[in-house]
Write a protein that binds this ligand. Structure first.
Ligand SMILES: Cc1ncc(COP(=O)(O)O)c(C=O)c1O
Length: 343
Protein backbone atom coordinates (compact mmCIF):
# COMPACT_ATOMS: atom_id res chain seq x y z
CA UNK A 1 0.00 0.00 0.00
CA UNK A 2 1.09 3.57 -0.67
CA UNK A 3 1.17 6.00 2.26
CA UNK A 4 -1.20 8.32 0.35
CA UNK A 5 -3.91 5.62 0.51
CA UNK A 6 -3.98 5.64 4.34
CA UNK A 7 -7.05 7.20 5.95
CA UNK A 8 -5.99 10.20 8.03
CA UNK A 9 -4.99 11.11 10.64
CA UNK A 10 -2.54 8.19 10.73
CA UNK A 11 0.58 7.61 12.78
CA UNK A 12 3.68 6.78 10.72
CA UNK A 13 6.98 5.24 11.79
CA UNK A 14 9.86 5.76 9.39
CA UNK A 15 11.50 2.31 9.33
CA UNK A 16 15.00 3.59 8.52
CA UNK A 17 15.03 6.25 11.27
CA UNK A 18 13.63 3.74 13.76
CA UNK A 19 16.35 1.19 12.87
CA UNK A 20 19.02 3.90 13.19
CA UNK A 21 17.75 4.94 16.64
CA UNK A 22 17.58 1.37 17.94
CA UNK A 23 21.09 0.57 16.66
CA UNK A 24 22.60 3.82 18.00
CA UNK A 25 21.20 3.27 21.49
CA UNK A 26 22.07 -0.45 21.50
CA UNK A 27 25.69 0.30 20.70
CA UNK A 28 26.11 2.43 23.83
CA UNK A 29 23.64 0.50 26.04
CA UNK A 30 23.61 -3.12 24.81
CA UNK A 31 21.46 -5.99 26.07
CA UNK A 32 20.28 -5.65 29.63
CA UNK A 33 22.10 -2.37 30.20
CA UNK A 34 19.08 -0.82 28.44
CA UNK A 35 15.61 -1.20 29.89
CA UNK A 36 13.50 0.36 27.10
CA UNK A 37 10.41 2.18 28.39
CA UNK A 38 7.28 0.92 26.62
CA UNK A 39 5.27 3.93 27.83
CA UNK A 40 6.68 5.87 24.86
CA UNK A 41 5.39 3.58 22.11
CA UNK A 42 2.81 1.29 23.78
CA UNK A 43 3.21 -1.43 21.17
CA UNK A 44 4.25 -5.02 21.77
CA UNK A 45 5.16 -5.32 18.08
CA UNK A 46 7.66 -2.51 18.50
CA UNK A 47 8.92 -4.08 21.73
CA UNK A 48 9.52 -7.29 19.74
CA UNK A 49 11.90 -5.30 17.52
CA UNK A 50 13.84 -4.24 20.61
CA UNK A 51 14.07 -7.87 21.71
CA UNK A 52 15.52 -8.62 18.28
CA UNK A 53 18.09 -5.89 19.00
CA UNK A 54 19.13 -7.74 22.18
CA UNK A 55 17.02 -6.11 24.92
CA UNK A 56 14.94 -8.40 27.11
CA UNK A 57 14.35 -6.16 30.15
CA UNK A 58 11.63 -3.51 29.83
CA UNK A 59 10.13 -0.67 31.86
CA UNK A 60 6.44 0.15 31.92
CA UNK A 61 4.42 2.95 33.50
CA UNK A 62 1.05 1.23 33.99
CA UNK A 63 -0.15 -2.20 35.14
CA UNK A 64 -1.92 -2.41 31.75
CA UNK A 65 1.41 -2.11 29.92
CA UNK A 66 2.95 -4.84 32.11
CA UNK A 67 -0.04 -7.16 31.57
CA UNK A 68 0.06 -6.55 27.81
CA UNK A 69 3.76 -7.40 27.68
CA UNK A 70 3.12 -10.59 29.69
CA UNK A 71 0.19 -11.56 27.44
CA UNK A 72 2.34 -11.03 24.34
CA UNK A 73 5.29 -12.89 25.91
CA UNK A 74 7.70 -10.01 25.21
CA UNK A 75 10.66 -9.58 27.54
CA UNK A 76 11.60 -11.67 30.55
CA UNK A 77 12.30 -8.99 33.16
CA UNK A 78 9.59 -6.31 33.41
CA UNK A 79 9.74 -3.31 35.72
CA UNK A 80 6.66 -1.31 36.70
CA UNK A 81 8.68 1.89 37.09
CA UNK A 82 5.81 3.56 38.85
CA UNK A 83 3.91 3.32 42.12
CA UNK A 84 0.64 1.40 42.44
CA UNK A 85 -1.59 0.40 45.35
CA UNK A 86 -4.10 -1.33 43.06
CA UNK A 87 -4.40 -4.72 44.76
CA UNK A 88 -6.40 -6.30 41.96
CA UNK A 89 -4.09 -5.30 39.11
CA UNK A 90 -0.89 -5.98 41.06
CA UNK A 91 -2.28 -9.39 42.03
CA UNK A 92 -3.15 -10.27 38.43
CA UNK A 93 0.32 -9.22 37.31
CA UNK A 94 1.95 -11.29 40.04
CA UNK A 95 -0.01 -14.39 39.02
CA UNK A 96 0.75 -13.94 35.31
CA UNK A 97 4.37 -13.12 36.02
CA UNK A 98 5.09 -16.41 37.75
CA UNK A 99 4.40 -18.27 34.53
CA UNK A 100 5.89 -15.84 32.03
CA UNK A 101 8.56 -13.49 33.24
CA UNK A 102 9.91 -11.76 36.27
CA UNK A 103 8.05 -8.60 37.32
CA UNK A 104 9.49 -6.00 39.69
CA UNK A 105 7.63 -2.93 40.94
CA UNK A 106 8.82 0.45 42.19
CA UNK A 107 7.98 1.33 45.80
CA UNK A 108 8.49 4.64 47.61
CA UNK A 109 6.38 4.31 50.80
CA UNK A 110 5.25 1.80 53.39
CA UNK A 111 1.87 1.66 51.63
CA UNK A 112 3.35 0.70 48.25
CA UNK A 113 5.65 -1.89 49.91
CA UNK A 114 2.63 -3.44 51.67
CA UNK A 115 0.59 -3.40 48.43
CA UNK A 116 3.38 -5.24 46.56
CA UNK A 117 3.75 -7.81 49.34
CA UNK A 118 -0.01 -8.44 49.66
CA UNK A 119 -0.36 -8.84 45.88
CA UNK A 120 2.38 -11.47 45.77
CA UNK A 121 4.76 -9.41 43.65
CA UNK A 122 8.11 -10.99 44.44
CA UNK A 123 10.55 -8.17 43.94
CA UNK A 124 10.83 -4.41 44.18
CA UNK A 125 13.15 -1.49 43.47
CA UNK A 126 13.21 1.35 45.97
CA UNK A 127 12.26 4.45 43.96
CA UNK A 128 14.29 7.45 45.13
CA UNK A 129 13.53 11.13 44.46
CA UNK A 130 16.60 12.58 42.74
CA UNK A 131 15.24 16.08 42.19
CA UNK A 132 12.02 15.86 40.21
CA UNK A 133 8.96 16.40 42.42
CA UNK A 134 7.12 13.24 41.42
CA UNK A 135 7.35 9.70 42.83
CA UNK A 136 10.43 8.53 44.73
CA UNK A 137 11.17 8.50 48.47
CA UNK A 138 13.45 10.86 50.34
CA UNK A 139 16.96 9.42 49.73
CA UNK A 140 17.46 9.31 53.50
CA UNK A 141 14.45 6.97 53.84
CA UNK A 142 15.53 4.44 51.19
CA UNK A 143 17.45 2.12 53.53
CA UNK A 144 14.58 1.93 56.01
CA UNK A 145 12.07 1.15 53.23
CA UNK A 146 14.34 -1.60 51.88
CA UNK A 147 14.48 -3.14 55.36
CA UNK A 148 10.66 -3.02 55.64
CA UNK A 149 10.35 -4.65 52.21
CA UNK A 150 12.76 -7.46 53.14
CA UNK A 151 10.93 -8.00 56.42
CA UNK A 152 7.67 -8.65 54.56
CA UNK A 153 9.38 -11.13 52.25
CA UNK A 154 10.11 -9.03 49.17
CA UNK A 155 13.35 -9.28 47.25
CA UNK A 156 14.90 -5.82 46.99
CA UNK A 157 16.80 -5.75 43.70
CA UNK A 158 18.19 -2.23 44.11
CA UNK A 159 17.11 1.34 43.44
CA UNK A 160 15.66 3.49 40.69
CA UNK A 161 15.68 7.28 40.36
CA UNK A 162 14.43 9.18 37.33
CA UNK A 163 16.09 12.54 36.69
CA UNK A 164 13.26 13.67 34.39
CA UNK A 165 13.84 17.35 35.26
CA UNK A 166 17.27 17.17 33.59
CA UNK A 167 16.32 15.61 30.23
CA UNK A 168 16.37 19.03 28.53
CA UNK A 169 18.97 20.72 30.78
CA UNK A 170 21.52 23.00 29.11
CA UNK A 171 24.39 20.98 27.66
CA UNK A 172 27.00 23.09 29.50
CA UNK A 173 25.78 21.99 32.93
CA UNK A 174 23.88 18.79 32.18
CA UNK A 175 26.66 16.36 33.09
CA UNK A 176 27.28 18.11 36.42
CA UNK A 177 23.57 18.22 37.30
CA UNK A 178 23.10 14.55 36.38
CA UNK A 179 26.11 13.65 38.51
CA UNK A 180 24.59 15.47 41.50
CA UNK A 181 21.22 13.75 41.00
CA UNK A 182 22.88 10.36 40.65
CA UNK A 183 25.02 10.97 43.76
CA UNK A 184 21.72 10.96 45.70
CA UNK A 185 20.74 7.68 44.03
CA UNK A 186 24.11 6.02 44.63
CA UNK A 187 24.11 7.06 48.30
CA UNK A 188 20.63 5.53 48.64
CA UNK A 189 21.87 2.42 46.85
CA UNK A 190 24.64 2.03 49.47
CA UNK A 191 21.90 1.76 52.10
CA UNK A 192 19.51 -0.38 50.04
CA UNK A 193 21.84 -2.92 48.40
CA UNK A 194 20.93 -5.11 45.42
CA UNK A 195 22.42 -5.23 41.92
CA UNK A 196 20.31 -2.65 40.11
CA UNK A 197 20.70 1.12 39.83
CA UNK A 198 18.05 2.10 37.27
CA UNK A 199 17.42 5.57 35.84
CA UNK A 200 18.01 7.95 32.99
CA UNK A 201 16.20 8.58 29.75
CA UNK A 202 16.68 9.72 26.19
CA UNK A 203 17.91 13.19 27.20
CA UNK A 204 20.59 11.84 29.55
CA UNK A 205 21.59 8.77 27.51
CA UNK A 206 25.17 10.13 27.17
CA UNK A 207 25.57 12.02 30.48
CA UNK A 208 24.20 9.41 32.86
CA UNK A 209 27.22 7.17 33.28
CA UNK A 210 26.13 6.18 36.81
CA UNK A 211 23.25 3.77 36.36
CA UNK A 212 23.58 0.03 35.73
CA UNK A 213 20.62 0.24 33.32
CA UNK A 214 19.15 3.13 31.34
CA UNK A 215 15.35 3.61 31.18
CA UNK A 216 14.88 5.30 27.81
CA UNK A 217 11.81 5.32 25.59
CA UNK A 218 11.44 8.40 23.37
CA UNK A 219 14.70 7.74 21.50
CA UNK A 220 13.02 5.08 19.33
CA UNK A 221 10.62 7.61 17.76
CA UNK A 222 11.69 11.17 18.78
CA UNK A 223 9.75 14.45 18.64
CA UNK A 224 10.35 18.13 17.89
CA UNK A 225 10.94 18.88 21.59
CA UNK A 226 13.80 16.36 21.91
CA UNK A 227 15.05 17.58 18.50
CA UNK A 228 16.15 20.79 20.31
CA UNK A 229 18.68 18.74 22.32
CA UNK A 230 21.92 17.64 20.73
CA UNK A 231 21.08 13.93 20.29
CA UNK A 232 22.05 11.49 17.52
CA UNK A 233 18.52 10.05 17.24
CA UNK A 234 16.44 10.76 14.11
CA UNK A 235 12.82 11.75 13.75
CA UNK A 236 10.95 8.49 13.14
CA UNK A 237 7.40 9.47 14.16
CA UNK A 238 5.02 11.49 12.01
CA UNK A 239 1.30 12.10 11.92
CA UNK A 240 -0.02 11.91 8.37
CA UNK A 241 -2.81 14.41 7.74
CA UNK A 242 -4.93 15.55 4.79
CA UNK A 243 -5.23 19.19 3.70
CA UNK A 244 -8.92 20.04 4.04
CA UNK A 245 -8.94 23.82 3.48
CA UNK A 246 -6.51 26.25 1.76
CA UNK A 247 -6.62 30.07 1.99
CA UNK A 248 -3.74 30.91 -0.33
CA UNK A 249 -1.89 34.23 -0.55
CA UNK A 250 -0.30 36.82 1.71
CA UNK A 251 -1.47 36.18 5.25
CA UNK A 252 -3.14 32.98 4.11
CA UNK A 253 -3.30 29.64 5.86
CA UNK A 254 -3.80 25.92 5.43
CA UNK A 255 -5.93 23.55 7.52
CA UNK A 256 -5.24 19.83 7.98
CA UNK A 257 -7.40 17.14 9.58
CA UNK A 258 -5.16 16.38 12.59
CA UNK A 259 -5.82 18.42 15.72
CA UNK A 260 -5.67 17.89 19.46
CA UNK A 261 -7.27 14.45 19.09
CA UNK A 262 -4.31 13.27 16.97
CA UNK A 263 -1.40 15.34 18.33
CA UNK A 264 -0.46 16.36 21.88
CA UNK A 265 0.67 19.96 22.53
CA UNK A 266 1.94 20.14 26.12
CA UNK A 267 5.54 20.25 24.83
CA UNK A 268 4.69 22.96 22.29
CA UNK A 269 3.21 22.92 18.82
CA UNK A 270 3.67 19.96 16.46
CA UNK A 271 5.17 21.16 13.13
CA UNK A 272 4.10 20.21 9.59
CA UNK A 273 7.13 19.51 7.42
CA UNK A 274 7.82 22.66 5.38
CA UNK A 275 5.44 24.73 7.46
CA UNK A 276 4.92 26.75 10.62
CA UNK A 277 2.06 26.00 12.98
CA UNK A 278 -0.33 28.83 13.87
CA UNK A 279 -2.50 26.91 16.33
CA UNK A 280 -4.04 23.52 17.00
CA UNK A 281 -7.75 23.01 17.70
CA UNK A 282 -9.85 19.93 18.37
CA UNK A 283 -9.94 18.48 14.84
CA UNK A 284 -7.57 20.80 12.94
CA UNK A 285 -4.08 22.25 12.76
CA UNK A 286 -3.78 25.65 11.06
CA UNK A 287 -0.43 26.51 9.48
CA UNK A 288 1.32 28.34 6.65
CA UNK A 289 4.25 27.38 4.42
CA UNK A 290 7.78 28.48 5.34
CA UNK A 291 8.93 31.52 3.32
CA UNK A 292 9.04 30.61 -0.38
CA UNK A 293 7.41 27.25 0.30
CA UNK A 294 4.75 25.79 -1.97
CA UNK A 295 1.05 25.92 -1.14
CA UNK A 296 -0.57 22.47 -1.06
CA UNK A 297 -3.98 21.71 -2.61
CA UNK A 298 -7.03 20.41 -0.81
CA UNK A 299 -6.63 16.62 -0.63
CA UNK A 300 -2.82 16.66 -0.45
CA UNK A 301 -1.19 14.67 2.35
CA UNK A 302 1.18 16.31 4.85
CA UNK A 303 3.50 14.81 7.48
CA UNK A 304 3.53 16.50 10.89
CA UNK A 305 6.33 16.11 13.46
CA UNK A 306 4.75 15.54 16.92
CA UNK A 307 6.04 17.63 19.84
CA UNK A 308 5.77 14.82 22.43
CA UNK A 309 6.02 11.13 21.57
CA UNK A 310 4.17 9.42 24.43
CA UNK A 311 0.82 11.25 24.58
CA UNK A 312 0.68 11.46 20.77
CA UNK A 313 1.10 7.71 20.29
CA UNK A 314 -1.52 7.20 23.00
CA UNK A 315 -4.10 8.93 20.76
CA UNK A 316 -3.79 6.36 17.95
CA UNK A 317 -4.82 2.74 17.43
CA UNK A 318 -1.92 1.75 15.19
CA UNK A 319 1.56 2.64 13.98
CA UNK A 320 2.03 2.38 10.20
CA UNK A 321 5.61 1.38 9.46
CA UNK A 322 6.74 3.08 6.25
CA UNK A 323 9.72 3.20 3.92
CA UNK A 324 9.48 6.44 1.91
CA UNK A 325 5.92 6.20 0.50
CA UNK A 326 5.41 2.47 1.02
CA UNK A 327 3.53 1.03 4.01
CA UNK A 328 5.52 -2.02 5.14
CA UNK A 329 3.59 -3.10 8.21
CA UNK A 330 0.95 -2.10 10.78
CA UNK A 331 1.77 -2.36 14.49
CA UNK A 332 -1.21 -2.07 16.87
CA UNK A 333 -0.80 0.38 19.77
CA UNK A 334 -2.01 -2.44 22.00
CA UNK A 335 -0.75 -1.25 25.40
CA UNK A 336 -3.14 1.73 25.65
CA UNK A 337 -5.96 2.02 28.18
CA UNK A 338 -6.38 1.28 31.84
CA UNK A 339 -7.49 -2.37 31.85
CA UNK A 340 -10.95 -2.23 33.40
CA UNK A 341 -12.40 -5.13 35.30
CA UNK A 342 -14.35 -7.49 33.05
CA UNK A 343 -18.14 -7.01 33.45
C1 LIG B 1 10.37 6.72 35.24
C2 LIG B 1 10.78 7.07 33.86
N1 LIG B 1 11.91 6.53 33.37
C3 LIG B 1 12.32 6.80 32.11
C4 LIG B 1 11.60 7.62 31.27
C5 LIG B 1 12.10 7.75 29.85
O1 LIG B 1 12.14 8.94 29.32
P1 LIG B 1 12.41 9.25 27.80
O2 LIG B 1 11.13 9.09 27.09
O3 LIG B 1 12.86 10.63 27.89
O4 LIG B 1 13.44 8.33 27.29
C6 LIG B 1 10.43 8.24 31.74
C7 LIG B 1 9.69 9.18 30.90
O5 LIG B 1 8.90 9.99 31.30
C8 LIG B 1 10.00 7.94 33.07
O6 LIG B 1 8.88 8.47 33.57
Amino acid sequence: MDVSELPTPALLVDAAAFAHNVATMSQRWPGRSLRPHVKAFKSTAMAHELVAAGHRSFCAATPREIMGMLDAGVGDDLLLANESVDAERLGAIARAAREQARVTVAVDSDATVQAAARAGVGSVLVDVCVGMPRCGCDPADAGRLAAVARRVGLEVRGVMGYEGHLMMAEDATKAEQVEQAMALLLAAHDEVGGDIVSGGGTGTWATNTWVTELQAGSYVLMDCDYAKADLPFRQALFVLATVVSVHEGDGGWIVIDAGLKALSVEHGDPQPIGGRTWFVSDEHLTWSPLTGGAWPRVGDKVRVVPSHVDPTVNLHEALQVVRHDEVLDTWPVDLRGWWHRAA
